[in-house]
Design a protein around this ligand. Structure first.
Ligand SMILES: [Zn+2]
Length: 335
C-alpha cells in the first residue's frame, strides 16, 4: 500500500484532508486505545510524516509517480524528455542545443529534489541515518552444522517512536508511547537458514535485517556468530568429515565389516585383519555435500577395550596371553 492508501486519501487530497484522515485513524489505532494497533499506527504515522510535510510529499510523489504538473519546475522537467527526444531524431543540428536544454531540465529536476532535501535537513535535522548492525550468537549442534538447519531469531529493533517521531515531547508533555525516550522497540522474528557445512566461529550476514534506517537511510545488517557444539569424535574439514571410531581388540585382529553411525544413518567399513590403532580409512562420497561436490569420510580407528568384560572374556584373554609366544616389544629400540 502506498502512503495515500494507508491514510485512505488520494494523491489529490489537500493537507487538511490528509490531516483529518490521519487524526481519525490515529484515534482508532493509537496503542493506548488499541493494543493490537501498534503496527498499523506506525504505518499511519510514517505515511503522515511524509504526506504532512510539503517537501517530503513532493519527493515522495516524484519518486512514486504521483506527481502532477502544477506549473512547478520539477513536473515540467519530468514530463519533457519524450517530445524532445523525438525532435533530436529528426534534426541532427538541433541535437546539441536540445541536449543542453535537457541537461538544464535534468539539473533543475534533481536540483529541486536536492534543494528540498537540503531544506528539510536544515529545518528538521532529518538526515538519512543508516540503521545499526545487530549481532547475535547462535549455537548449533554438530549434526545441524553438517546437515544445515534454520533458526528463528528474535531481533529487537529500536525504531523512531511512531507517535512523537523521536521528538520525545508532544505539546510539552512527555510522549506516552515511548515514555519520552523517542525510541520504540519492536520485536521481529526472522527465520534464518544456516547452510550445511557452516564452520564454528563463522559469521553469517543477513542483509537489511539490522536496525531500521531513518529518513531514507539504509537498514543495518543482522550478523549471526555461529558456535558449533564440539564433538569428541567427529569434526569436519571443508567437505570432509573426520571421525575417530573405536574398534575392539578382536575386530582389530580379525578384521571384518563394522557399521559406523552417521547423521544420515550408517555406513559400513571393511577392516582388514590386523588393523592397528591410528590407521585411517577413506570412505569416498560419505562427506558433506558442499558447493556441488561431495566430500569423503575419513575414519581413524582406535582400539579400545570394552569397559565391562565378563569372567569368560577375561579367561579367554588369559588363554591368549599364555598362547602368545611373540614379544611385540622385541625390536623396540631398533625400529
Ligand atoms: Zn514518542
Amino acid at each position: 500500500m502506498n502512503f495515500y492508501e494507508i491514510l485512505g486519501v488520494t494523491p489529490d487530497s489537500d493537507p487538511a484532508e490528509i490531516k483529518s484522515a490521519y487524526r481519525r485513524l490515529a484515534r482508532k489505532y493509537h496503542p493506548d486505545v488499541n493494543p493490537s494497533g501498534a503496527k498499523k499506527f506506525k504505518e499511519i504515522s510514517r505515511a503522515y510524516d511524509t504526506l504532512s510535510d510539503e517537501s517530503k510529499r513532493k519527493q515522495y510523489d516524484i519518486l512514486n509517480g504521483f506527481f502532477k504538473s502544477a506549473g512547478s519546475k520539477a513536473s515540467s522537467a519530468a514530463e519533457s524528455p519524450k517530445p524532445k527526444q523525438e525532435k533530436t531524431k529528426t534534426s541532427k543540428d538541433k541535437k546539441s542545443e536540445n541536449k543542453s536544454t535537457d541537461d538544464k531540465n535534468f539539473s533543475q529536476f534533481f536540483g529541486s529534489i536536492f534543494e528540498n532535501t537540503a531544506k528539510s535537513k536544515k529545518t528538521e535535522k532529518n538526515m538519512p541515518q543508516n540503521g545499526e548492525n545487530i549481532t547475535t550468537d547462535v549455537t548449533i549442534t554438530l549434526q545441524e552444522a553438517v546437515k544445515g538447519t534454520s533458526r528463528t531469531i528474535n531481533v529487537v529493533h529500536s525504531e523512531l517512536c511512531p507517535r512523537c517521531r523521536g521528538r520525545k515531547f508532544i505539546n510539552g508533555a512527555k510522549c506516552n508511547v515511548c515514555s519520552g525516550s523517542g525510541e520504540y522497540s519492536q520485536h521481529k522474528r526472522i527465520t534464518v537458514k544456516i547452510p550445511a557445512g557452516v564452520k564454528n566461529g563463522s559469521k553469517l550476514r543477513i542483509k537489511g535485517e539490522g536496525a531500521e534506517g531513518r529518513f531514507g537511510g539504509k537498514n543495518g545488517d543482522l550478523f549471526l556468530n555461529i558456535h558449533v557444539e564440539s564433538n569428541k569424535r567427529v569434526k569436519y574439514d571443508g567437505a570432509d568429515i573426520l571421525c575417530n571410531v573405536p574398534i575392539t581388540p578382536f575386530e582389530a585382529v580379525l578384521g571384518g565389516e563394522i557399521s559406523i553411525k552417521t547423521f544420515d544413518g550408517s555406513v559400513k567399513l571393511k577392516l582388514p585383519a590386523g588393523t592397528s590403532s591410528g590407521q585411517k580409512f577413506r570412505l569416498s562420497g560419505q562427506g558433506l555435500k558442499k558447493n556441488g561436490k561431495t566430500g569423503d569420510m575419513i575414519v581413524t580407528v582406535t582400539i579400545e577395550i570394552p569397559k565391562h568384560l565378563s569372567d569368560d572374556e577375561i579367561k579367554l584373554y588369559e588363554k591368549l596371553k599364555k598362547l602368545s609366544a611373540h614379544d611385540i616389544r622385541e625390536n623396540l629400540l631398533n625400529e
